[in-house]
Design a binder for this molecule. Structure first.
Ligand code: MSP
Length: 656
C-alpha cells in the first residue's frame, strides 16, 4: 500500500498492433484480483490499464491494414475494453497514449529533463531491431539477429536525443539493494542487480527521427523527432493520475504506485528505464515492480505463426470468466512460466470448481430447501468437527488469504481456500446430513450440520471474491444474503456466525457446470479407465471429489506387468493432435502402442528412447488403431513428461 489507505496498481499498457491474447488477460486478471482484495480491505484503490498506441509496431500494423494509425487504434481499442468487461475487470481508468492530455504531459516531462540538462543530442550507430524497437551493440547481436526476438537487425547511424540514464546507475543499485520488495520475485531482482553490477549503464536514446518513425509524440524542443515509444509509454503511469480520475488531480495521493505488474520481458524497461526517469524527475519510485512468467501453449511458445494463440474471448465463452480467471491464477505460481492446455483447463474446472465449490453449494442448498423449508436453520450444540471447520475458515480469512495475496502468491491463496472447500465436503460426507434427515431425534444435529455448511460457504464467498467475483456474488445471492462486495468487508477480523438463522435461501443454477472432455483428450486408453468411485450424497446434484482410492496389496500391484521398451518408430495418428503410434521392442517381441503424448512430444524425439509400458494391459483400439499396452507418463489428462530410463537397459526388462 502507498500512503495511508491507498493502493495504486497498474498493468502494462498493451500494444494495439493486434487483438488481445492470454498474456494480456493474465496480467490484467492478476491486477484485478489485487484491486478487489485491497478494496475489501478498505483501501482506496486506483487500478489502471490501457493501450500503448504509438511506435513502429502500431504504425506497421496500420499500414498493413491500409488505414491511418489513429483509425487503426480506434478500431482495436474496443477489443480490449470489451474484453475487460467480459472478464469482470474492475479497472478505475483506461488510458490510451494518443489521448491529447497524455501527449502534453509527456512533452512537459521531456521539457523538464531537457531544461535540467539531462537530455542531449548525439550521433549514434547501432544495430536496430524493428520488432523490439531498440538498438543493440555489436557484442549483443548474434549472427545478425536480435538476441531477444531472433529477428534480423539493421545497422543504423543517426542523430538522436539521449537521456542521461547512466548517471543513475549507483543510485539505482543502492535502491534495489536497500528495498527488497522493489523488484520481485527475488530471482528477477538478482538478475537486474547482477546486470547493473557488472555492466556499465549507458544513456538511453529517447527519440526517433520522424523520417523513420512518424507515429509518435513530437519532441517539444525539436520537431524533426518523435519520442521513443518506451519514454512515451512509461509516463502513462503518472499521466493517467493527472487527467483520468473524475476527481482531479489525485497524483499525490496515489504516488508512488504500489505495484507495477509486468511480464518478465519488460522488466528492464520498468526497473531501469522507468526508475531512472523517475529519479531524474525527482519523483519517488514505485514500491514494487513484479515480473510474472510467460504462458506456453501445449508446451510450445505461443505465436501467430504457430496458430496457437489463446483467445481470452473464447475462453470466457467456453468456460465462463470466473473459471478462466481461476485457472490463470491457480495453475502456476505467479512469477514462474506456465503451460496452458485445454485439457488442464477442463480438469481444473471439473475438479476444483464443479466437484469442489459448486458441489458444496448445491448440496447445502438442496438439503436446506428439502429439510428446513428453505431457511437457514438455527444451529444446536457444536462438536469437534464443527470447531475444526470454524477454525479453518477463520485462519483462512484472517491469516492465510491476506498473507498470500499480499505476497502475490495467488496459487497459494487459492490452494488454502480449496483446502477449506475440501474439508467442508469431507465434513458433509462424514456427517451424512441426508441420513440425519431420516431420524426425528437427529433434528438438532441436522440443523447444526446445515448451518455449518452454509456459514462455511458465506466465508468462502469472501475468500473467493477477488478471483471469482461473479460466483462469490452468486453464492451470497443463493444463500439469501445481500452482500455488497464493493464495500470494505475485510477490515476487521472475520468472526464465525455472521449468517443469520431464518434467512431465506434462493437456490439458483449450478455455479460451475461440469465439462465433458472431448474424446482423445486423455492419455488413458479406453480399457484402462478406472471406474471413478462416486460416493455421492443421495441429494448431491454434482459428483463430489473422488475419494483417494483404497490401498492395494503387493499382490495386487504385482499383477501389473511393467516393462522397459525401446521405441523403434513413432508417427502421428492422422487427424489426432494427441495420439502417436509407436512401434516398440520388448527384446523378444515387438508391440504397437498408441499413446496420447502428441501434444507434448514430436514423434522423432521419441525414437531410441527406453520407456516404461504396462505390458499386460488388454489390447484396446484408439481411433481404430490397436494399442497393445500403455506407456507411463507423469501428468493427468495433460501429459507433462514421459517416464524414461536413462541407463542402458535391455528392452523387456521388468520394472517394479
Ligand atoms: N506496450 C508494451 C508495454 C508498455 S508498459 C509501459 C508491451 N506491450 S505488449 O502488448 O507487447 O505486451 C504486454 C504484456 O503481455 C507484457 O507484459 C508481456 O510480458 C505480456 N505477454 C506477452 N506474451 C505473453 C505470454 N505468452 N504469457 C504471459 N504474458 C505475455 O510490451
Amino acid at each position: 500500500m502507498s500512503g495511508a489507505g491507498t493502493f495504486y496498481i497498474t498493468t502494462p499498457i498493451y500494444y494495439v498492433n493486434d487483438v488481445p491474447h492470454i498474456g494480456h488477460a493474465y496480467t490484467t486478471v492478476a491486477a484485478d484480483v489485487l484491486a478487489r482484495y485491497w478494496r475489501l480491505r478498505g483501501c482506496e484503490v486506483f487500478f489502471l490499464t490501457g493501450l500503448d498506441e504509438h511506435g513502429q509496431k502500431v504504425q506497421q500494423a496500420a499500414a498493413k491494414a491500409g488505414i491511418d494509425p489513429q483509425v487503426h487504434c480506434d478500431k482495436l481499442a474496443p477489443q480490449f475494453e470489451t474484453l475487460w468487461k467480459k472478464l469482470s475487470i474492475s479497472n478505475n481508468a483506461f488510458i490510451r497514449t494518443t489521448d491529447p492530455e497524455h501527449t502534453s504531459i509527456v512533452q512537459q516531462y521531456l521539457n523538464k529533463l531537457h531544461d535540467k540538462g539531462l537530455i542531449y543530442k548525439d550521433s549514434y550507430t547501432g544495430w536496430y531491431c524493428t520488432f523490439d524497437e531498440r538498438f543493440w551493440t555489436e557484442k549483443d547481436i548474434e549472427s545478425g539477429l536480435c538476441p531477444d526476438c531472433k529477428r534480423p537487425v539493421e545497422k543504423i547511424s543517426e542523430h538522436n536525443y539521449f537521456f542521461k540514464m547512466g548517471q543513475y546507475q549507483d543510485r539505482l543499485i543502492e535502491h534495489i539493494k536497500t528495498q527488497p520488495n522493489f523488484i520481485r520475485p527475488e530471482s528477477r531482482r538478482n538478475e537486474v542487480l547482477g546486470f547493473l553490477q557488472t555492466q556499465k549503464l549507458g544513456d538511453l536514446s529517447i527519440s526517433r527521427p520522424k523520417s523513420r518513425l512518424s507515429w509518435g509524440i513530437e519532441l517539444p524542443f525539436d520537431s524533426n523527432y518523435v519520442t521513443y515509444v518506451w519514454f512515451d509509454a512509461l509516463v502513462n503511469y503518472r499521466s493517467a493520475l493527472e487527467y483520468l480520475p473524475r476527481e482531479k488531480p489525485i497524483g499525490n495521493r496515489f504516488w508512488p504506485a504500489s505495484v507495477h505488474l509486468v511480464g518478465k520481458d519488460i522488466l528492464t524497461t520498468h526497473a531501469v528505464y522507468w526508475s531512472t526517469m523517475l529519479m531524474a524527475l525527482n519523483l519517488p519510485l514505485p514500491e514494487t515492480i513484479f515480473a510474472h512468467g510467460w504462458w506456453t501453449v501445449d508446451g510450445e511458445k505461443m505465436s501467430k505463426s504457430r496458430g496457437n494463440v489463446v483467445d481470452p474471448y473464447k475462453m470466457a465463452d467456453e468456460f465462463g470468466a470466473d473459471a478462466f480467471r481461476y485457472f490463470l491464477l491457480r495453475e502456476v505460481p505467479f512469477g514462474q512460466d506456465g503451460d496452458f492446455s485445454h485439457a488442464a483447463m477442463i480438469t481444473r474446472v471439473n475438479s476444483d470448481l464443479a466437484n469442489g465449490l459448486g458441489n458444496l453449494l448445491s448440496r447445502t442448498l438442496t438439503l436446506i430447501e428439502r429439510t428446513q423449508t428453505g431457511q437457514i436453520p438455527v444451529p444446536g450444540t457444536i462438536g469437534p468437527a464443527e470447531r475444526e471447520i470454524e477454525q479453518a475458515t477463520g485462519s483462512l480469512l484472517n491469516d492465510l488469504l491476506p498473507r498470500h495475496l499480499e505476497q502475490l502468491e495467488f496459487n497459494r491463496a487459492l490452494e488454502a481456500t480449496w483446502q477449506v472447500v475440501q474439508l467442508a465436503n469431507q465434513y458433509v460426507d462424514k456427517t451424512a446430513p441426508w441420513n440425519l434427515a431420516k431420524h426425528q431425534d437427529e433434528a438438532e444435529r441436522l440443523r447444526t450440520v446445515l448451518y455449518t455448511m452454509a456459514e462455511t460457504l458465506r466465508c468462502l464467498s469472501l475468500a473467493t471474491y477477488p478471483v471469482i467475483p461473479n460466483s462469490a456474488q452468486s453464492i451470497c445471492n443463493q444463500l439469501g444474503i445481500a452482500t455488497e462486495f464493493t464495500s470494505p468487508l475485510l477490515t476487521s477480523k472475520i468472526e464465525w456466525g455472521g449468517l443469520k438463522p431464518g434467512t431465506i435461501i434462493h437456490k439458483g443454477p449450478s455455479l460451475f457446470p461440469r465439462i465433458e472432455s472431448k474424446p482423445g483428450a486423455s492419455l488413458v486408453t479406453e480399457s484402462s479407465v478406472p471406474s471413478q468411485s462416486t460416493a455421492a450424497a443421495p441429494i448431491a446434484t454434482a459428483a463430489p471429489t473422488p475419494p483417494t482410492p483404497p490401498p492395494i496389496t503387493i499382490d495386487e500391484f504385482m499383477k501389473i506387468q511393467l516393462k522397459t521398451a525401446k521405441v523403434l518408430s513413432a508417427e502421428r495418428v492422422p487427424k489426432s493432435e494427441k495420439l502417436i503410434k509407436l512401434q516398440v521392442s520388448l527384446g523378444t517381441e515387438q508391440r504397437q502402442i498408441v499413446a496420447g503424448i502428441g501434444k507434448k512430444y514430436e514423434p522423432d524425439a521419441l525414437i531410441g528412447k527406453t520407456i516404461v509400458i504396462v505390458a499386460n494391459l488388454k489390447p484396446a483400439k484408439l481411433m481404430g488403431i490397436e494399442s497393445q499396452g500403455m506407456v507411463l507418463a507423469a501428468g493427468d489428462a495433460d501429459v507433462q513428461g514421459l517416464i524414461t530410463i536413462q541407463e542402458e537397459v535391455d528392452p523387456g526388462t521388468k520394472v517394479k
